[in-house]
Design a protein around this ligand. Sequence first.
Ligand code: F0G
Length: 461
Amino acid sequence: MTSLSTSAPGVRQANFRFRCIACADLSDNASQNFRCARCGDLLEITYPGWKQNPPAADDLKSTWRQRRLSQSAIDLSGVWRFRDLLPALESSEKDDAQAITLREGNTPLYELPRCARITGVPHLFAKHQGLNPTGSFKDAGMTVAATFARRAGFRWVACASTGNTSASMAAYAARGSMRSLVLVPEGKISWSKLSQALDYGAVTCQLRTDFDGCLKLLQELVLRAPVYQLNSINPFRLEGQKTLAIELLEQLDWQPPDHIIVPGGNLGNSSAIGKALLEMRDLGLISRLPKLSVIQAEGANALVRTLREAAGKRLISVHAETRATAIRIGNPASWKKAAHVLEETEGACEQVTEVEIAQAKAEIGAEGIGCEPASAVTLAGLKKLLKQGFVKPNETVVLVLTGNLLKDPDFTMEFHRGDLFKDTRDEPASAALNNLRRPPIVLDAKLEAVIQTLEQAEKET
Ligand code: F0G
């Protein structure tokens, strides 16, 4: 591997340090596996200067507003616009030239009137991260982490992925003139996501294992080869993903919702959103914390079990199985960070079935916005949390939709054709979803046939 650049990650920063989430050891540099040199736990980024000299909340809000009028690339990014709460770029260079950006972030907050009627929660919103440049929330973290990878002098970046991380990483690596290496479980990710990585020029390895096996191998690889890992173990990723919550609060005019509900897989995103909420509270940007709840697929419910059966003290891994392949993860790396933010914000953790996920996905699709199956766990989870009385109908709820509908067309086609649950134990329960199915209708190219179909459809509505 001598032809690869071997510079170490973590150029010394003026405004941030790495802190171990377990032993709180502080350091200026991180090793290539982003684990604490003392105890081996995960690192997070911390801003020691905020203690003595916190940025003033009103100044931040007005600076962020002003930047919306700017045409510079860094201000057009919905992530770097909030750069005051991110690791600082080198002051000697122009910010614009340093950041690898595709104008990520800037995602809409939609009202969900149909789902509001279904759930009986009138103040129901979706923050649609699927409208990022590569179609998922990963872009918000990737712009920051890829930028720091390039600054640290790396030629190669790498990730293990259920698909979205690899699509995003490959795009940002290409934009930043770096090479990228993707490790994905063979046959377990959607073609849409895989095709993105191929088109963006990644070296793509389909490994005969699951996501957890890919991630384990990557952890070993980064200790042997000078590749920079861009999984959410990388704390720069989580700093970028924090901006989802900052942008959301700005869209709500800094009035915190009562609940934010997010899907849980490797648990990086929930950790990032929680970190942002806590920092915004500490800096006085918001006056109270929304409750942050994590929803998992029943077949990939490691955090649910960890909290219920081990009181959040040790991870209970599971053998993951779900058609929501993005969250088919049994050994989530950031479980401790997620458990911490759930506790701090007093959020809940729930699981939903495959049929509930399919139903929720079709309901979000019928709003005209759509999402991928992993994102739909949020609506399915909301229904459960309402039943339990944890969410009250008069409260304001934001669902984080993490991925675009087009990310997993096979799931959508199988659902509408009625094949999704064929010959599975969910087949009987899925019959209740027949009224949500809209299968394509094959007809002779005759006007009469189309008119008859139209009349039939009108009768059924
Ligand atoms: N939703 C989507 C669409 C995802 O792609 C992922 C994770 C999640 C939710 C869960 O987020 O891992 O931060 O808890 N996808 C990763 C990937 C694992 O490789 O694309 P998390």
